[in-house]
Write a protein that binds this ligand. Structure first.
Ligand code: DGT
Ligand code: MG
Length: 397
C-alpha cells in the first residue's frame, strides 16, 4: 500500500510528538487545502465548535506534512490518527483523487473570509476586531484606512501603526534581511553584555527563507540582568539611533499573557514568564544599518504617522520580537519560540498526557513532584520527555 516499505502506520499513530515534518514535505496540495480550512475556521469562527474545527484541521494538516511518502492512493490516508474519518479525510481524499475540492475553493473565495484575511493582516488585529469591522460594512484595507478615525481602535497605537505600515509589514521579510538585522542587534547586545547568548528563532530557524517577522532570543544569567534589563537596554540603543518606529513590552507564557506598556516595568520573578519587546524597526533599503544610523531623522518627526508611511524614505518597516530569557529558561524558550505553533501544541499536549508535566517557553514543570526540570540544551528537554531529538527544521507541523 505504501511506497515507503519502512512506513509503519501503527508506529506513526503511536506518538504524534515523535513525528517529523520538514518544510519540503511531499504532500503540499493536501496540506494546503487542510491549512486553508484551518485558517477559515480560525478567522471566521462563530462558536467554540468552529474553533475546535480549526484545531482539528491544524492537526490533520500536520499529519499529512509528516507522512514520509507522497500520497497517491486515498487508501493510504485511511487510519491515520489526526486525519480522522470525517471531514478532513474527505477533503484530503478529494485532493488525491482529483486535485480539487469544491469546498476548499468556495471557502478560499468566500467574500467574508477574504475581508477577514485582509483585516487580520493588520498588525494588532485578530478575528474579534475583524468581525466588528466586517459588521460595520468594511471590506478592504482601503475601507479601514478611510474610516480609521471613526473606529474605536484608532486610539490603539499598535493598530494605528499596523495600518499605517500595512504594505511594509505584509511584504515578506527575506532571510538575508533577517540575518542582517539579527547581526546588528546581536552586536549591540554584546556591547552591553559581552557574555550574552542570542539566537535567531521562529520560522527562520526552522529553515524558512522568508517570514512575517524576525524573532531574536536573548539569554543572560539571572543574577547579572533582571527580567527586563538587557532587552530593554537593546531597545534603548536602537531607539537612540533613530531606528525604532514603535515598540511595546509584553509578557509571554506567564500565568496569563499581559501587556505592560507603561514603564517602569513591574519587578517580579523571571521564572514563570518571558519578557518580549515587540518592535517595528527601520530596515535600511540598501542593507547598511550604519548609514541609516548617521541620518538625521528630525524631519520624520514632523510628519503624521500616515504621512510618514506614505513618504519616500530610505527604510522599510519590519517587525522584530526581542525575547528575553534567563540561562535556565533558554532551552525551553528556544523550543517554544522556534515553533511552529502546531508543533508546540503537540509537544505540550504530549507532556501533559504522558507525564502530567506542564511545558511552556519558560520550563517544564512536574505537577506530581512539584518541581521544575532543569535543562542545559534542547536535547535535555527531549530527553526529559523521552522523545527522539528533532532538529528545528523537522518541527514544521
Ligand atoms: P513567521 O514569522 O510568519 O515566519 O512564522 P513564525 O513561525 O516565526 O511565527 P511567529 O513569529 O509568530 O512565532 C514564532 C514562534 O514563537 C511560534 O512558533 C510560536 C511562538 N510564539 C509567538 N508568539 C508567542 C507568544 O506570544 N507566546 C508564546 N508562548 N509563544 C509565541
Ligand atoms: Mg517569526
Amino acid at each position: 500500500l505504501y511506497p515507503d516499505p519502512d512506513f509503519d502506520l501503527n508506529k506513526f499513530n503511536e506518538c504524534v510528538a515523535e513525528r517529523r515534518a520538514v518544510l519540503d514535505h511531499q504532500n503540499k496540495d493536501i496540506a494546503e487545502a487542510l491549512d486553508l480550512l484551518r485558517e477559515y475556521w480560525s478567522l471566521c469562527h462563530q462558536t467554540v465548535t468552529d474553533e475546535r474545527r480549526a484545531l482539528a484541521f491544524a492537526r490533520a494538516a500536520a499529519a499529512v506534512k509528516c507522512l514520509p511518502f507522497k500520497v497517491t492512493n486515498p487508501r493510504q490516508l485511511k487510519g491515520i490518527k489526526d486525519l480522522g474519518d470525517g471531514h478532513a479525510l474527505r477533503v484530503a481524499t478529494q485532493i488525491v483523487e482529483s486535485g480539487h475540492s469544491q469546498e476548499v475553493e468556495e471557502k478560499r473565495n468566500d467574500k467574508k473570509f477574504l475581508s477577514f484575511q485582509i483585516f487580520c493582516k493588520v498588525f494588532g488585529v485578530g478575528p474579534s476586531i475583524a468581525k466588528k469591522w466586517y459588521a460595520m460594512g468594511l471590506r478592504t484595507a482601503e475601507d479601514v484606512k478611510k474610516r480609521f478615525d471613526q473606529l474605536d481602535v484608532s486610539k490603539d497605537n499598535m493598530i494605528s501603526y499596523g495600518m499605517a505600515f500595512y504594505d511594509d509589514l505584509n511584504r515578506p521579510l527575506q532571510l538575508v534581511e533577517a540575518e542582517n538585522t539579527y547581526k546588528h542587534i546581536t552586536a549591540l547586545a554584546q556591547r552591553i553584555l559581552p557574555s550574552v547568548v542570542t539566537s535567531m528563532i521562529g520560522g527562520f530557524r526552522r529553515g524558512k527563507s522568508s517570514g512575517h517577522d524576525l524573532d531574536v532570543l536573548f539569554s543572560y544569567p539571572e543574577r547579572e540582568h533582571n527580567e527586563h534589563g538587557l532587552i530593554a537596554a537593546v531597545r534603548e540603543e536602537l531607539d537612540k539611533k533613530g531606528l525604532v518606529v514603535w515598540s511595546r513590552y509584553s509578557r509571554a507564557d506567564g500565568p496569563r499573557g499581559v501587556e505592560i506598556d507603561s514603564s517602569p516595568l513591574p519587578a517580579g520573578s523571571a521564572k514563570d514568564h518571558l519578557l518580549v519587546i515587540m518592535i517595528i524597526l527601520k530596515y535600511p533599503l540598501d542593507g547598511h544599518f550604519d548609514q541609516l544610523e548617521r541620518r538625521d531623522f528630525s524631519t520624520e518627526k514632523n510628519l503624521g504617522l500616515f504621512q510618514l508611511a506614505d513618504s519616500a524614505r530610505p527604510w522599510r518597516a519590519i517587525r522584530v520580537d526581542l525575547v528575553g530569557s534567563t540561562t535556565a529558561q533558554y532551552p525551553y524558550a528556544q523550543i517554544g519560540w522556534t515553533g511552529n505553533k502546531q508543533y508546540n501544541r503537540c509537544l505540550r499536549q504530549y507532556a501533559k498526557d504522558a507525564f502530567n508535566y506542564s511545558l511552556s517557553s519558560t520550563g517544564l514543570y512536574d505537577k506530581r513532584q512539584h518541581r521544575w526540570l532543569p535543562a542545559q540544551t534542547e536535547r535535555d528537554v527531549f530527553d526529559h520527555l523521552k522523545l527522539s531529538y528533532r532538529e528545528p527544521w523537522e518541527r514544521n507541523f
